[in-house]
Design a protein around this ligand. Structure first.
Ligand code: SAM
Length: 439
């Protein structure tokens, strides 16, 4: 019996459903980088056309493309999202992906970012060959074995170093490892990443690289009306807060809560860069964001009164099994199992804080059924005042139906981003949208 159950178990964490992709397909998908990158334009300061022109200029100046006769159309505005620019990968036949003698070793997060089109920043470099000069053309490897000590002097020979592409050194070994001060800034400009995703640099105020489903989440909150009162319960580092504020055109108000003080600094910085003025930042625990004992007379800060908000976003802490590429997937089963309980506690507060007629969006950047469809089914069962409503988006797929989760019809109302989403190859993600019934 056990054997039978395991055969049908899949990486989404469930048995008995036939629509989840098999585990090997999921792990292959998780370890690879999404095909496209997306830049969400800060429309408070600049138009998508201006940003597109600027990205286009930088990309067409890349050496690989400049010397090539084939015309490439790598940059376009998303057909459904007017503030989202889609950047396609470069034609791989134009890239120089031969392994160079001179190399640098980077840590796993830096390797993952390079696969998504980032340059290599100094703090991510573990080792650099002594012969590397500024402007040398070098190979970059991610140390999947985590065996390379920072500043390692010899050639790092390990079968678990993964080639992520080639680039031009902008610092040498001495600048990286001999100084007293930790170096910052770009140490290698990636010109030929194995994924072909081009790198570019724009002023911070123009907007930010953001995953497609995160952009869809901002739209799902429906903030077109004037003077809405919005609560973002898990806001840092502010990707969605800044998008929602932009969609609100700086009108109304957003209370942005997070329990991480350090990460809230990023929310503040982004809001300042983007020219956002309608966000109030609170270092607080959203598990106690509801004023159950009526102790707070100030509605400018948490805990907030019952039914205070027109819109609530709960972009919940989760198992993160969607953040591609995950070059070393380490599944701590006990940690993963702990998330649904935390998410449900946050959902209880979210339900209480939204006004009748108001909207609650619940999202995660993971693909497990327990943190997604099962939590949605739990809300519907526990809170009859909450109705699951459609997300008007053609992007993403319906949810996965199971006996303990959502049925086929309810699955059509949610958006799931996983290996089944071949067309808009993105990170793993889940979005659901509820409306509180008017009494
Ligand atoms: C998925 S991230 C949010 C990402 C963010 N919405 C964005 O788009 O940039 C989850 C966040 O929840 C925060 N968090 C976890 N538990 C929390 C709690 N009890 N109260 C408030 N924030 C919490 C974490 O610090 C983390 O920043």
């Amino acid at each position: 019996m056990q054997q039978h159950a395991n055969r049908h178990r899949n990486a989404s964490g469930s048995s008995n459903d036939r629509s989840s992709p098999p585990a090997n397909e999921v792990s292959q998908w998780l370890t690879s980088a999404p095909l496209y990158s997306y830049f969400r334009v800060n429309t408070l300061k600049i138009t998508p056309l201006e940003v597109m022109t600027s990205i286009n200029e930088q990309i067409s100046n890349l050496k690989r493309l400049k010397n090539n006769k084939k015309e490439q159309h790598l940059v376009r505005v998303h057909k459904h999202l007017s503030d989202c620019i889609v950047i396609s990968p470069m034609d791989k036949s134009l890239l120089d992906l031969s392994h160079k003698n001179e190399e640098v070793i980077v840590d796993i997060p830096t390797g993952q970012s390079a696969l998504r089109g980032s340059h290599i920043f100094a703090p991510g470099i573990m080792a650099m060959a002594p012969e590397v000069q500024v402007d040398s053309f070098i190979s970059v490897y991610a140390d999947l074995a985590k065996g390379c000590k920072r500043g390692y002097q010899k050639y790092y020979d390990n079968p678990m170093k993964m080639f992520v592409g080639n680039g031009i050194a902008k610092m040498n070994r001495r600048q990286l490892f001999n100084g007293d001060i930790n170096p910052k800034g770009i140490a290698v400009e990636m010109t030929d990443p194995v994924t072909g995703i081009p790198s570019f640099k724009l002023p911070d105020e123009y907007g930010m690289l953001q995953n497609l489903p995160s952009i869809v989440t901002g739209y799902a909150l429906d903030v077109n009306e004037n003077n809405l009162k919005v609560l973002d319960m898990c806001a840092a580092p502010g990707n969605k807060t800044t998008h929602i504020a932009t969609l609100m055109n700086n009108k109304g108000s957003i209370d942005a809560i997070d329990k991480s003080k350090i990460k809230l600094k990023k929310v503040e910085l982004r809001c300042n860069n983007f020219g956002i003025q309608n966000v109030k930042i609170h270092h607080f625990d959203s598990l106690i964001s509801l004023d159950t004992n009526n102790i707070n007379n100030n509605d400018d800060r948490p805990p907030f009164k019952n039914e205070s908000f027109d819109r609530v976003l709960l972009d919940a802490p989760c198992s993160n099994l969607g953040q591609r590429p995950l070059l070393n997937i380490q599944v701590d089963k006990n940690l993963i199992k702990s998330f649904p309980a935390l998410q449900r506690k946050l959902l209880i507060n979210a339900v209480d804080l939204v006004k009748p007629g108001g909207i609650l969006v619940y999202s995660t950047c993971t693909i497990t059924l327990e943190e997604n469809e099962h939590n949605v089914a739990w809300v519907l069962e526990k809170f009859p005042q909450m109705e699951l409503i459609e997300i008007n988006s053609e992007i993403g797929s319906p949810g996965i139906a199971t006996q303990v989760g959502l049925n086929e019809n309810l699955c059509k109302l949610v958006r799931r981003f996983g290996p089944e989403n071949a067309e808009e190859d993105s990170i793993g993600f889940f979005i659901s949208k509820f409306q509180k019934k008017v009494k």
